[in-house]
Ligand binder design. Structure first.
Ligand SMILES: Cc1cc2nc3c(=O)[nH]c(=O)nc-3n(C[C@H](O)[C@H](O)[C@H](O)COP(=O)(O)OP(=O)(O)OC[C@H]3O[C@@H](n4cnc5c(N)ncnc54)[C@H](O)[C@@H]3O)c2cc1C
Length: 399
């Protein structure tokens, strides 16, 4: 019988338990393409796995600021903004923190385009981690590796989802002055299995292997950047850019059909953070600062600790930075307030994942209604300022 470390619906898949186990007593099984730890016969019931699980224990927080600081910012180097998901905050923080003898951990595509955590020793390779990959990243044994580097006295910058940072903190069990943690505001992590099915489907359709995937393609159309555009480049030279009405994977993603079960109950989807610095998209910023060009990409930064503050004070020389409030960030960024609500058909979607052709499955469960289509098309065309005015009028009319 499977012996779970934690009820599967609560397990975030950080694998802190597997990495801490002294007896190699934890195996990994898959459900809906997500990984779950179970105990094997080597288990001596020492209880270490349960003790450090970030989902069933409090997470130790060090040097917490009494009042978190909130900023909106974009990198002064426009080329970096273009290559980043938002305003390039991640790169700017790395540029400041990583002066000498450093290691940077982040999420990258491997050669098969599965997403996994890895580390780099040279900041010139940071492009591997840039750009959001909308799929759960396999953390592998990177907490163990981070601990080794920390104990060698290297400066470690560890970036990931809030649950991955929670896992790292509990795995380490103590504060390290040479560690800086960055987490993202996260709406949930999609299934690696669905991502694989999608890749297989489009490689067959376009008769070529994928060469590059970019979930945050930033080319402007009608003067606007559509933050929901995906770019795929193939080895045969073909290149496609699709929006969230057109692309099959984005349709599943934005219909909230394929997040990990634990994302529904996420204990990190709020302003209580366990990283030193939280980064995200600066949604709604044009309401507060109309002169900011949101179509380049703008980062929201929340500084959570005194260590984060020390670093971010220096980041200011790399970025154009303006003040925001915690209330503004909470109002404009839903997942800084609460977890994503799941689609009621999620279970059914996974039930048919293996048996239905990918496009048929998506057309069945992620149908785009006429209303949504119109809404998304308008949002692709209208400048944000005008969009906000339209939304206000509609809201007033419906009140
Ligand atoms: C799954 C996911 C959900 C997100 N949800 C939201 C949201 O609801 N609201 C919001 O405002 N922002 C969200 N973001 C964050 C946002 O997309 C940007 O990553 C963030 O604004 C940082 O931008 P940047 O320009 O500084 O980063 P970039 O330079 O583009 O760096 C991206 C950073 O994200 C990390 N990363 C990329 N993919 C993953 C992954 N799969 N798992 C763990 N870490 C990853 C990289 O290691 C790197 O540190 C999400 C990102 C991901 C990956």
């Amino acid at each position: 019988m499977n012996k779970y470390i934690i009820e599967s619906k609560l397990c975030s898949g950080c694998k802190a338990c597997k990495q801490i186990c002294p007896n190699n007593a934890i195996d990994i099984i898959q459900k809906d393409g997500f990984e779950y730890p179970i105990k094997n016969n080597n288990c001596i019931e020492c209880g270490l796995c349960k003790k450090i699980c970030p989902m069933q224990n409090t997470i130790q927080m060090y040097n917490k600021l009494d009042n978190q600081e909130v900023y909106t910012c974009s990198h002064k180097d426009e080329k970096i903004v273009q290559k980043s998901s938002s305003g390039g905050a991640f790169t700017a923080i790395a540029q400041v923190f990583c002066d000498k003898d450093y290691i940077i951990f982040g999420a990258q595509y491997n050669e098969k385009f599965d997403v996994e955590h890895d580390y780099i020793e040279d900041i010139n390779e940071i492009h591997k981690f840039r750009k959001s990959k909308y799929v759960q990243s396999d953390i592998k044994d990177n907490y163990q590796k981070a601990k080794e580097f920390l104990n060698q006295g290297k400066k470690v910058l560890f970036s990931g989802t809030p649950c991955q940072i929670g896992g790292l903190k509990n795995y380490l069990k103590r504060e390290y002055d040479n560690l800086l943690c960055i987490d993202i505001i996260c709406h949930g992590v999609p299934s690696p299995k669905v991502f694989k099915k999608y890749r297989d489907f489009i490689e067959t359709k376009y008769k070529s292997k994928i060469k590059n995937i970019n979930f945050r393609e930033k080319n402007r159309k009608n003067g606007k950047w559509n933050s929901r555009n995906i770019l795929i480049e193939f080895e045969n030279g073909k290149k496609i850019v699709k929006n969230s009405n057109e692309d099959l994977y984005l349709r599943v993603f934005y219909n909230n059909l394929m997040y990990r079960e634990s994302c529904k109950y996420c204990k990190f989807a709020n302003p209580v953070r366990y990283s030193d610095i939280t980064i995200a998209d600066s949604w709604g910023i044009e309401k507060k600062y109309p002169d900011i060009d949101v179509h380049k990409g703008e980062s929201l930064v929340v500084v959570n600790t005194s260590k984060g503050k020390e670093v971010f004070n220096k980041v200011m020389s790399y970025m154009n930075v303006r003040n925001l409030t915690l209330d503004f960030a909470k109002k404009e960024n839903k997942n800084f307030r609460e977890p994503t609500t799941f689609n009621k058909n999620r279970e059914e979607f996974f039930l048919y994942l293996d048996d239905m052709k990918f496009d048929k499955l998506v057309n069945k469960y992620a149908k785009i209604g006429v209303k949504t289509k119109i809404k998304r098309t308008i949002s692709n065309i209208l400048p944000n300022k005008l969009q906000n005015t339209v939304k206000k009028i509609v809201k007033e009319k419906n009140a």
